[in-house]
Design a protein around this ligand. Structure first.
Ligand SMILES: [Zn+2]
Length: 209
């Protein structure tokens, strides 16, 4: 489903949405829950793309519902797989999780990629700008493409309204609030979260932080 020019929500990833952004190179943002590799490839095909056309896969953070198909998709497409330096050890399974994530890691098995590339603040990947937005996890990032904020789990939406992501999974509440305030100063019109449908920003961001 095209949300706005060159930004596609992959409906087959409902529950934890992936987005395909067709900037100066095709970029997949997040890879949803395990078991959806074929569905994601099918969605690319529906948009007229061959697997090898995908240039980059960018992970907003290390949770299993975002990393689920990263290894398989990177192998099949040959795309570069990116995450922030803080998130890579978690994604690759080299550090222990705490709290609710510890349980999640046991319940949802993920084939973990290795040897990922790391991005940093302000870096452009296929035309998307990396905006560090820690709080949900230590190295969570959002991505800015034109007037679209690809928000990962910085926020979620419910019935057309912006909401904070579930507090149970918040790594650090105060850091999250700082990120929300920082992002609030940026110019964008659309908010595309992993959980919930995309919404127009309007004056909603100001109610969050
Ligand atoms: Zn998530």
């Amino acid at each position: 489903m095209e949300i706005t020019k060159n930004v596609h929500l992959l409906t087959a990833t409902k529950g934890s949405y992936s987005y395909l952004v067709l900037g100066n190179e095709p970029v997949l943002v997040d890879t949803s829950f395990p078991g959806r590799t074929a569905a994601i490839l099918h969605a690319l095909k529906d948009l007229g793309m061959e697997p090898k056309d995908l240039a980059h896969i960018v992970l907003t953070h290390h949770d299993v519902d975002h990393v689920g198909n990263a290894k398989a998709l990177a192998a099949i497409t040959g795309a570069d797989l990116w995450a922030s330096a803080e998130e890579v050890p978690f994604i690759e399974g080299r550090v222990k999780e705490r709290g609710a994530r510890k349980l999640l890691k046991v319940l949802v098995r993920v084939d973990r990629p290795q040897g990922m590339r790391t991005y940093e603040a302000g870096k452009q990947i296929g035309g998307l700008e990396v905006i560090p937005t820690p709080g949900h996890t230590p190295g969570h990032v959002s991505l800015l493409f034109g007037d679209v904020l690809l928000a990962g789990d910085l926020v979620q939406t419910k019935k057309g309204l912006l909401r904070l992501a579930p507090g149970l999974f918040t790594w650090d509440k105060e850091t999250l609030r700082r990120s929300l305030r920082k992002v609030g100063k940026l110019q964008f019109h659309w908010v595309c979260p992993a959980h919930g449908e995309p919404v127009q920003r309007g004056s909603q961001w100001e109610t969050l932080a």
